[in-house]
Design a protein around this ligand. Structure first.
Ligand code: ZN
Length: 274
């Protein structure tokens, strides 16, 4: 039996799979703030879901960047109690099986690429737009090998533009992510109904996706994350077609289809395709 998990700032999701393709049982629980408490809860929930059957592999995403060896979180604004804690080591000790850890956005991207909106596509660009902006390039169902994390949210789309959380100016994130809407438009993303505002946001996003396209040359760009649900795709696609003059055709832009399960599917894929 395989175990997939997705540890977010608010909730953690766990799911077991017997066939490596579908989930047998799953559960959502609040993420404990304390790391040791988290490890205890994870073990208890896994035992409950697996009904005593042996777990032969575990993979999961966690909310934040991991160290080079993918063994622990190096930073995380939402689960600060888990930073620099030996996550992989503890899981190995508690379960005695193979453990694969990834950043949660990356896991979501793999899930969407192989089981969701990207099925059948060779080169997938996954961009997650929520409180921040993250992303990953997935080729043939595999995460591209990189020297550090991709940070598409921190590409410059406007010289000397809006101040970003990272300290930089004019980055994509302060133009399209949920945490900046109130500052820019005086409203939360879910309350913005003015099509002119969404047109503006789409235009900013399309500038970013133009850069994504010339760097990653994806067959398809999948937009995930909470804010992506409100973004008018046809506007983004039209702006992208206008900006992207070097290629005869812009990649298809679609929305993610697996919702909160994307990371669990990505984790299961890594377990069964390694
Ligand atoms: Zn930035």
């Amino acid at each position: 039996m395989y175990l997939s998990f997705d540890i977010g700032g608010t909730n953690m999701r766990l799911a077991t799979s017997s066939d490596g393709e579908t989930f047998a049982a799953s559960k959502i629980i609040p993420t404990p703030k304390d790391f040791n408490e988290g490890m205890k809860t994870l073990k208890q929930t896994a035992d409950e879901l697996s009904h005593g059957e042996k777990i032969i592999g575990i993979a999961g995403g966690v909310a934040g960047p991991l160290d080079k060896g993918k063994t622990m979180l190096v930073t995380s604004p939402n689960i600060s109690g888990w930073i620099q804690k030996p996550l992989k080591l503890k899981l190995e000790k508690n379960f005695g099986c193979q453990i694969i850890l990834e950043n949660d956005t990356v896991m979501g991207g793999i899930g969407e690429a192989v089981k969701g909106a990207g099925i059948g596509k060779e080169v997938v660009g996954y961009i997650a737009i929520g409180t921040g902006v993250g992303g990953k390039r997935i080729v043939d169902g595999k995460i591209s090998v990189d020297s550090s994390n991709f940070e598409p949210g921190h590409q410059i789309i406007m010289p000397d533009g809006n101040l970003c959380n990272c300290g930089g100016k004019g980055h994509l994130e302060p133009y399209v992510s949920g945490s900046y809407f109130e500052k820019m438009y005086g409203q939360k993303g879910e309350d913005i109904t003015d099509p002119k505002i969404w047109d503006e946001i789409s235009r900013y996003l399309a500038i970013g996706l133009t850069n994504t396209t010339v760097h990653w040359t994806p067959d398809i760009i999948i937009l995930g994350g909470g804010v992506s649900k409100s973004i008018p795709l046809e506007k983004v696609q039209a702006y992208l077609a206008e900006f992207l003059t070097i290629f005869p055709q812009a990649p298809e832009i679609v929305k993610a289809t697996l919702g909160h399960h994307a990371g669990l599917y990505g984790a299961l894929h890594l377990l069964t395709n390694n």
